[in-house]
Design a binder for this molecule. Structure first.
Ligand SMILES: Nc1ncnc2c1ncn2[C@@H]1O[C@H](COP(=O)(O)OP(=O)(O)OP(=O)(O)O)[C@@H](O)[C@H]1O
Ligand SMILES: [Mg+2]
Length: 339
């Protein structure tokens, strides 16, 4: 299988590992998706990389026409991607919008509608990477419903359709999960072996793999940032604290919430043990909203894209029901508490 090339800080690397996830994509390619599939995962766990690899598989191995958007892409040319066969339709629809890049999700939905109208019995894959932040979380439901409508009431007949949406927003599930419009799959950070392959592609002197594993928990974006910061852990931790404004978050907590938070630092499953207390309920929501912890349900493989995290790993902050997104996130909170 062709592996895509990706940019990782200032280097060009090859997509590695995720064998099970790729097999899952092939299965979806064989039967299509129903309803919309939402791939939820910690920040930087590798969703965009996975979507890029999925795009290649669907297009080159299964003959799908692709419409791909990533409104938050770093480079403008990565905001929208499509199969060359769709070029005329894309150009036409782009012209309809006065500022297409600011409404790229609507543009993509417009393109999909037109493709279904004009191409008979096509295979179409719609890959929407991290769109909820762009359209606004309050509209996540509406957009998911629009995508479901394209599957259920297409403007023209199709052979097969695949609709994948990624999200790193913890509250996506709270918003969308209660509807029948979407089904959720969680993607975790990389497995130890996969992460090692990524680590080995990084040139130059670097800390021992063990140390990097312990501090990142296999999160590829954390690895990328550590490499950018010349392996200075403190800077990466400060960066999380600043982005999430942890000082203000900590200052806003009551003394009971602070006490519970200290327990969660030791053991994330404290959340479920103390969930009867209203302070724990509030804290749970805040930690999910800030994308610091993730709720894991169970480890049944069908709920997961690729492999689930281990049943428990206290060193990495992974419990049975809840986990810190990465040990770096946990450390950032710990330090903010101590300040
Ligand atoms: N399987 C992989 N093989 C090689 N590189 C990877 C892999 N997964 C992720 N990466 C690299 O790790 C970095 C972070 O991954 P990526 O941007 O895909 O994460 P993400 O989950 O989309 O992050 P965000 O939540 O910020 O959108 C990127 O540089 C990406 O190219
Ligand atoms: Mg991404």
């Amino acid at each position: 299988m062709k592996r895509v090339r990706l940019s990782f800080a200032d280097i060009n690397i090859e997509f590695v590992d995720r064998e099970i996830a790729l097999r899952q994509i092939m299965e979806l390619a064989e039967r299509g998706t129903y309803p919309v599939y939402i791939v939820y995962g910690p920040e930087g766990c590798g969703k965009t990389a996975f979507f890029k690899q999925a795009k290649t598989i669907l297009e080159e191995e299964f003959g799908y026409n692709i419409v791909y958007v990533n409104p938050l892409a770093r480079r403008l040319e990565e905001v929208i991607g499509y199969s060359s066969s769709l070029k005329d339709i894309v150009v036409e629809i782009l012209k309809v919008f006065s500022e297409p890049y600011s409404k790229i999700v609507d543009v993509a939905i417009g393109i999909v509608g037109e493709v279904l109208r004009r191409l008979k019995r096509t295979r179409l894959a719609i890959l929407m990477d991290d769109i909820f932040q762009a359209v606004g979380l309050d509209k996540a439901e509406v957009y998911t419903k629009m995508l479901l409508n394209l599957i259920e009431y297409p403007p023209g007949e199709y052979e097969r359709i695949v609709v994948l949406v990624s999200s790193s927003e913890g509250i996506t599930r709270e918003r969308i999960g209660r509807h029948r419009w979407a089904t959720f799959r969680i993607m975790w950070n990389m497995s130890r072996e996969g992460f090692k392959q990524l680590y080995e592609q990084i040139p130059g002197e670097k800390p021992q793999f063990e140390e990097i594993w312990r501090i990142t928990g296999g999160n590829p974006a954390a690895l990328e940032q550590l490499y950018r910061y010349s392996w200075r852990f403190d800077r990466t931790i400060d960066d999380i604290a600043m982005r999430k404004n942890l000082r203000i978050f900590i200052s806003s907590l009551s003394s009971t919430e602070l006490e519970i938070l200290k327990d969660i630092l030791r053991e994330p499953d404290v959340i479920i043990e103390r969930l009867r207390e209203s302070e724990t309920q509030k804290l749970r929501m805040k930690l999910i909203e800030l994308n610091l912890i993730v709720e894991l349900w169970d480890r049944d493989p069908w709920l997961w894209i690729d492999v689930p995290p281990p049943e428990k790993d206290s060193e990495l902050g992974i419990g049975k029901h809840f986990a810190w997104q990465t040990p770096l996130h946990r450390e950032a909170v710990r330090r903010a508490l101590e300040r």
